[in-house]
Design a protein around this ligand. Sequence first.
Ligand code: ASP
Ligand code: MG
Length: 414
Amino acid sequence: MKVFKFGGASLRNAQAVRNMSTIVRDYANGPLLVVVSAMDKTTNALERVVYNFLRGGNYQSEITTIFEYHQNLVNELFENPQEILHILEGLASQLTEKLRTTSDEDKLYDQVVCFGEILSSVIVHHYLAAVGIKNMWKDARQLICTDSTFREGKINWALTESSILSLRQELETHAIITQGFIGGDESGNTTTLGREGSDFSAAIFASCLLADSVTIWKDVPGVMNADPKRLPAAIVFEELPYKEAAEMTYYGASVIHPKTIKPLALKGIPLLVKSFTNPSLPGTKIHDCKVEHLPPMIVFKDNQCLISCKVTDFTFVNEDQLSAIFYALSELNVKLNVMQNSAISFSFCIDFRENKVMALIEKLQERFEVYYNTNLTLVTIKNYDEQSFETYRKKPGVILEQSSRSTLQVLVKE
Ligand code: ASP
Ligand code: MG
């Protein structure tokens, strides 16, 4: 069996949904499970609903915009849209009800933001049926079982596996349409797996069902050695070992969600990244393989913040101080992207999320003189060669540099 994942861009309008149905028809021989994300930028819009609702802003107009967008799409896709429009209305009142009845902020976020995937999967399910592709809609909240860490649900693999395995029989006769990004906890609350988490959902389904492959349908021709919007000369990899792909995501390559590779690598399931606009292109196959002489891979990670902790009492940075820094980081659940130390200071680079960064700085100021810089870009050059090494080290605005035998990282102020 195969698992397909369609992201927001591949479902952003009626034409895109039609294109998806052609791919499903042409490229799915045998059993198929399709994971869909929210259409276009719906998740961002739903985040604004939560934000405005909690801060007394106009959330109602956001909700209206979201539903009008889906209604227009339905009107364009279906000859008889009434039944589906009616389902959409029901979903709109469910959403409003969630706002009224959920008090905890992170919990509320998950109960609301999940509607992007629900709407999308409902429309896709009905559309595929309308064009003669026999399929069943399944609620991922009953299949992907997590703990109650809202916004970042941790998978309960044993429960998830047994729920997902119950799909096997239906898969023999129907394609299954389900949602990415969302799961459910033991009390029946919706949880989400972290932004852009639909790829991870596809990997979970594939791992539990021992799928033959997972295909992520993207707006790029495959995994490339750089973002083509930034470096137009970027090339597409024919194949990549799991390890290389996983490391790329670690450094910030956004083509695949970082959690996607591990469950697939553990079961030896290949991951294909293919173009939804040009499905006949070969794309990239990520699997157990050896590739000689990989070209340099260049990953840009924007919106970085460099924090430096300076010792104030004429001692040098010691292990006790380092452990205080790491303790603060771990307590606030902040991930380090690069770190470097000198005699009297320890510097590190993290993603800039204002609340977190400010809380962290406040904590660190108890022991250190703290300096910080924002609006930085971290550029990682993995498998550098002489030329790329020189080019990036000499880039104007480099404020921190670090290299190992295979990887160069520079932090740049542009
Ligand atoms: N819709 C969710 C998001 O935009 C999940 C995903 O797209 O993978 O974050
Ligand atoms: Mg998305």
